[in-house]
Design a protein around this ligand. Sequence first.
Ligand SMILES: NC(=O)c1ccc[n+]([C@@H]2O[C@H](COP(=O)([O-])OP(=O)(O)OC[C@H]3O[C@@H](n4cnc5c(N)ncnc54)[C@H](OP(=O)(O)O)[C@@H]3O)[C@@H](O)[C@H]2O)c1
Length: 373
Amino acid sequence: MVTAPITATERQHLTDLLARTAGIEQGQYPNPVVGAVVLRDGVMVGEGYHRVHGGDHAEVVALRGAGALCEGATLVITLEPCVHHGKTGPCVEAIIAAGIARVIWAVDDPNPVVSGRAAPILRARGLAVLPNAMPEAGRDLIKAFYTFHTQKRPFVYVKAAVSLDGFIAPDRQGLRYISGAASLALVHALRARVQAICVGSNTIVTDQPRLSVRGMGESLRQPLIGVVDPHNQVGPWVTTALDAGREVAIFAPADFAPAGGGDGKGLPPHPRLRVYTVLTADKAANWRAIWRTLYDRGVQAVLVEGGAGIFASIFAAGAFDELWITKVPQVLGSEQAVPFVYEASPMQLTLQSVTAYGNDAVMVYTNAYAVSV
Ligand SMILES: NC(=O)c1ccc[n+]([C@@H]2O[C@H](COP(=O)([O-])OP(=O)(O)OC[C@H]3O[C@@H](n4cnc5c(N)ncnc54)[C@H](OP(=O)(O)O)[C@@H]3O)[C@@H](O)[C@H]2O)c1
């Protein structure tokens, strides 16, 4: 049986569904966010989202909402339905049992274990199936999950607050926010999306940052803190972070002082502290090693927060996917101010959005040539 192509009405419903699903808070890790609607004669009669890990899948919620109206109806989903018994039953079985006649989804599941398995099962039971109906938009909705499974590395965000004259701090005297309150809140929203934050050792020593998600709900799991520490500098701060209940990963060279090392810099062992001796003189290779390490820890998205040496080396390596620049209306120019980056880098960035947050402008760029590890 030949499946009829997607209609204009179905495409519009899928487009709207993708937009609504993008607005759902990301509490589903390690699952991706998913949305689903049931259509009868082009009219939506059921709607559902996968909101929290372990909660009902979007399809199940939408089917339940539509009830008896599912018989002979069309199900539109942002992602291929699952075929396996995870925390909930397989969605393909629920779809068949509900009497759905036609199923459309934006993109196949990128997880190689399940990818492409739903369509044959549904077709074998007589349903009309249109997989990969809007693959780019479907991928974009779940970019971290997608990158993690297809490229075996985390999706990498870089963010920086930069003054009008191109500096990221007035001096090196300690933490002083240059961005306004509205764009600082955005930083916390961005941190809430990731499982790890990555910073350079000088930023740790100078700013003694907390690097926590604040003001985003109590139950949120704080991201792992990854510190690039080539000169064995961050010991005292690590104790503070561990005391605050955080998980810490230190990326260090092979000669990093071992736990309790005799030079006084060694860190006592701690269950929430791991030292990865992956750094070499090749900074681009270091980023690949860091992403591989975070991938092995299940990190799907990481936020790189600076400072200048980190920005310079990550730009030179092209080792990121998205750049978030908060342009703040201040002129910091002085001998002490810290420049955004120290060296020229060839970049191929595409501007995606510019949004005002109070007096600051946040520009989001995508990087065309992100690394593959
Ligand atoms: N406005 C903002 O958004 C923002 C954000 C964060 C920090 N800051 C500011 O930035 C300043 C600190 O910047 P910074 O440049 O001094 O320090 P940094 O970037 O925090 O840390 C630099 C250190 O990281 C090392 N490093 C960077 N990339 C590496 C790689 N791929 N492999 C191995 N090591 C790598 C450098 O190695 P080498 O020693 O070999 O060069 C250097 O030791 C502070 O004043 C802080 O307030 C501003």
